[in-house]
Ligand binder design. Structure first.
Ligand code: NDP
Ligand code: 8X3
Length: 249
């Protein structure tokens, strides 16, 4: 039985990915900050597979290393790492952006992803086997108005994904990114700081991707034979052509 560690499973893409991988009988390490939600998901998925909850803030590097380095033996050999935790904070022109928002995005989306990866990669190298999936974004491929720092954080994920693949080449580890366009999750609620009306409007007038769509792709990616590595995949809903071109009715 393979073990998958997924960050950010308390909502959206991460939660559906955990459900999809439970269906494939992967042993799961569920990560996120909201312990109540982690436990609820454990309750649900524990009927299908072995599940461990690991609650930490990806920004807290001591906590990240402490938790991952002290996993119980059954869960300590991580075969699949899904670097999913992340969010946008704010949508403002650069001159009006809040420094705390910029810091949150860089600390979570970039530095947090690096901390978790650094804690997991040595075991993969030792075992000469592993699969890392970095959740990027179309925002890591193009920049849109007011997206400035969020787009920068996802461009960094794009570069880190490429760098990881180059540096881990020959070590038996697959590395690839999934770059979704608009997916209806709690993403915009977080971006607009709990303003649900504003968040809902982002996905109105067209059929956005659902988190299940991304989870289905991740299931496909992780179940390919070892010699197949999906290195960089971009996925948008049919109504979306680019970050700024969306066919809204
Ligand atoms: P959600 O807001 O629904 O989920 C975000 C997840 O990240 C939550 O489980 C949250 O858990 C976790 N998270 C956030 N901050 C931290 C932190 N500091 N420490 C640990 N965990 C954290 O958003 P999505 O599912 O949409 O987003 C998942 C990923 O997909 C993100 O990287 C996002 O950038 C990316 N993405 C999203 C798109 C979209 O349109 N929705 C499109 C392209 C990419 P908790 O709060 O419990 O810690
Ligand atoms: C999320 C997609 O376009 O809202 O990364 O930035 S977008």
């Amino acid at each position: 039985m393979k073990t998958a560690l997924i960050t950010g499973v308390t909502s959206g893409i991460g939660k559906e990915t955990a459900r999809a991988l439970a269906g494939e009988a992967y042993r799961l390490i569920l990560c996120g900050r909201r312990e109540g939600r982690l436990n609820e998901l454990k309750e649900e998925l524990g009927k299908k597979t072995e599940v461990l909850c690991l609650s930490f803030d990806v920004r807290d590097k001591e906590e990240v290393f402490k938790k991952i380095e002290n996993l119980p033996p059954d869960f300590s050999n991580i075969d699949i790492l899904i670097n999913n935790a992340g969010n946008a904070h704010g949508l403002d022109p650069i001159q009006d952006g809040a420094i705390e928002d910029w810091e949150a995005m860089i600390d979570i989306n970039v530095k947090g992803l690096l901390y978790v990866s650094k804690a997991v990669i040595p075991g993969m190298i030792e075992r000469k086997s592993g699969h890392i999936i970095n959740i990027g974004s179309t925002a890591g491929k193009e920049v849109y108005p007011n997206g400035n720092v969020y787009c920068a954080s996802k461009h960094a994920v794009d570069a880190i994904n490429q760098g990881m693949r180059i540096d881990l080449n020959g070590k038996g580890i697959r590395v690839g990114a999934i770059n979704p366009g608009l997916v209806e999750t709690e993403f915009s609620e977080v971006r607009f700081k709990g303003d649900s009306e504003k968040a809902k409007k982002v996905y109105q007038g067209f059929e956005a991707l659902r988190p299940e769509d991304i989870a289905d792709i991740i299931r496909f990616v992780v179940t390919r034979p070892y010699h197949v590595n999906i290195a960089d995949l971009m996925v948008m809903c049919t109504a979306q052509a680019s970050s700024t071109i969306v066919d809204k009715q």
